[in-house]
Design a protein around this ligand. Structure first.
Ligand code: UD1
Ligand code: CA
Length: 512
């Protein structure tokens, strides 16, 4: 049992984490800093910061350089508490760490160094690294991995290198970069991930002695190992099996690979938590999404941002939701939605477009070819077909007829339409905002409503029907229409007659 109090607490608490993020990222060929490119909906840098936070550093420093205005602006949004240090010129990883530590005074304890562009690296792995460092009583512990293709990486040269058992020596003698390595060294498959933990004194001492006498003319952080070993200090390795965690992203091919793997892991996590995923390969779930047990995701579903889905809900196929809250047992089919709320038991789609500020109540409906924006739609209310519904305040139990348009924009201003509880809007009406249609009121089909309708009132706002008998025969003699007209028995279609008869029983006054 360790006597270290921090370990007994289960707390890591290193003195500092330095996140190196000053590099150019030129291979991305982007106007945007490499660190701001996203994996599963989060910037690469945010993963590094989150992982770093899990070892509870007293100081969390991000070293910025290239495109630093962008990186600093982003950091102030996602992690306003981190300290930033500037590395004006990228003279190597050792120089970057020197820059990172400059403003912190003389630290004691342990300093962890990691990169801003290894999004798969987890906080758990860093915690393991700290534990291993303490357990081995090392002065430096390097996170290493055995990879099939080590090209480009620094190679781990162990003490027994050349003794016929390379890769098994207890301590690390040195790390040699690709460009500085001999053919024998290049054959080593154990690589430096670039992530390390150092005892502070060891790191300071090593940084003082760095030189640029190498193939790249840079100050190599890895050379700190030589100083430590010369001072009889222990340098150990912590090897991890999950190679993805050490992978950086340098171009957009790697970015896509990383996104695919991250997504595979996220989808698998949710399946293990009780989510049915019909087609994992076409399902994309961002890192910040939250799903309940017994959610079903059909093929082609993309859940982005801070989307959450409650139990029993079915999403898809072919649906993209960005920061949408979906209630229990709701169904969302072939829908594109963002910054919206879908109530419990509600149905949405197919072919619905929910823009920001849509709030659909419990058991409500937004149907086919309906676009909504800043629209509060109360419990049990339905907007089933072919409607634009913008800036709407809709009560409960409302029915909005097919083809209704909420005319919220006059070319200059946006205005609100209110529909009270149990209002009925006839098909193909245009509601010209601002307008208030009070509780229980009706609007006749085809109306253009420009004035308020009082509670329980009926608004009819359309031209009356005029019929000119024999018009076709007069104006279009011998046309197909005229021929059909001449053969017409002169009776209404039997199904219409049946409807009329039925309605006459239900509403005798209207159908006399
Ligand atoms: C470095 C390691 C190498 C390791 C590899 C893992 C050294 C000398 N070599 O390689 O052993 O296998 O990482 O990826 O440390 N950075 C700065 N400022 C600089 C230089 C780099 O902030 O002046 C940052 C970069 O933004 C990047 C990280 O450090 O996030 C690594 O830089 P990169 O050039 O990719 O790695 P190498 O130096 O080639
Ligand atoms: Ca380099």
């Amino acid at each position: 049992m360790s006597t270290n109090e921090q370990e007994q607490d289960g707390a890591q608490q290193v003195s500092a984490v330095v996140v190196l993020a000053a590099g150019g990222g030129t291979r991305m060929k982007s106007n945007k800093s490499k660190l701001l490119h996203e994996v599963a909906g989060r910037s690469m840098l945010s993963y590094a910061v989150n992982a770093a936070e899990e070892v509870e550093p007293e100081h969390l420093v991000v070293v910025v350089g290239h495109r630093r205005e962008q990186v600093l602006a982003h950091l102030s949004e996602i992690a306003p508490n981190v300290i930033t240090a500037v590395q004006e010129e990228q003279n190597g990883t050792g120089h970057a760490v020197q820059c990172g530590l400059q403003g912190l005074g003389e630290l004691r304890g342990e300093i962890l160094v990691t990169y801003g562009d290894v999004p798969m690296l987890t906080g758990e792995t860093l915690v393991e690294l700290v534990k291993e460092h303490r357990a081995q009583k090392n002065h430096i512990t390097v996170l290493t991995a055995n990879v099939p293709d080590p090209f480009g990486y620094g190679r781990i040269i162990r003490d027994d290198f050349g003794a016929g058992s390379a890769g098994h020596g207890d301590q690390i003698a040195r790390i040699v970069e690709q460009k500085d390595a001999s053919p024998e060294e290049q054959a080593v498959t154990e690589i430096n991930s670039g992530i390390y933990i150092f005892n502070a004194e060891t790191l300071y001492e090593g940084l003082k002695h760095l030189k640029t006498d190498n193939a790249q003319g840079e100050l190599y952080l890895t050379d700190v190992i030589g100083t430590a070993r010369a001072n009889q200090e222990r340098v150990g390795a912590h090897m991890i099996d999950d190679l993805w965690q050490t992978e950086g992203v340098n171009d957009r091919v790697q970015l896509a690979r990383m996104n695919a793997e991250m997504n595979r892991r996220i989808v698998e996590k949710w399946m293990k938590n009780g989510v049915t995923v019909q087609d994992p390969s076409s399902t994309w779930i961002h890192a910040d999404v939250d799903l309940a047990q017994d959610v079903t995701l059909l093929a082609g579903t993309h859940l982005e941002g801070a989307t959450s889905v409650a139990t029993g809900a079915v999403i898809g196929p072919d649906t993209t939701l960005t920061s949408v809250e979906v209630g229990e047992d709701a169904q969302v089919v072939r829908t594109h939605g963002s910054f919206s709320v879908i109530g419990a038991g509600a149905t949405v789609g197919p072919f619905s477009f929910l823009r920001p500020g849509t709030e659909l109540g419990a058991k409500g409906k937004i149907g086919a070819f309906v676009e909504t924006k800043n629209a509060q739609i109360g419990d049990g209310s339905k907007v089933p077909h072919l409607t634009y519904c913008g800036d709407a305040r809709i009560g409960e139990g409302v029915n909005v007829g097919a083809g209704t348009i909420f005319a919220n924009y006059d070319g200059t201003n946006k205005s609100v339409t209110h529909l009270g509880d149990n209002v009925f809007i006839g098909s193909n009406s245009v509601l010209v905002a601002p307008v208030d249609i009070a509780d229980g009121a009706f609007v006749a089909a085809g109306s253009a409503v420009v004035e308020d309708v009082p509670a329980g009132g009926l608004a009819v706002a359309r031209g009356r029907q005029a019929v000119k008998e024999g018009w076709v025969n007069n104006k279009r003699p011998n046309s197909k229409a005229a021929q059909s007209a001449s053969k017409c028995p002169g009776e209404v279609h039997p199904d219409v007659a049946a409807s009329r008869e039925k309605m006459a029983k239900v509403k005798p006054e209207e159908y006399k």
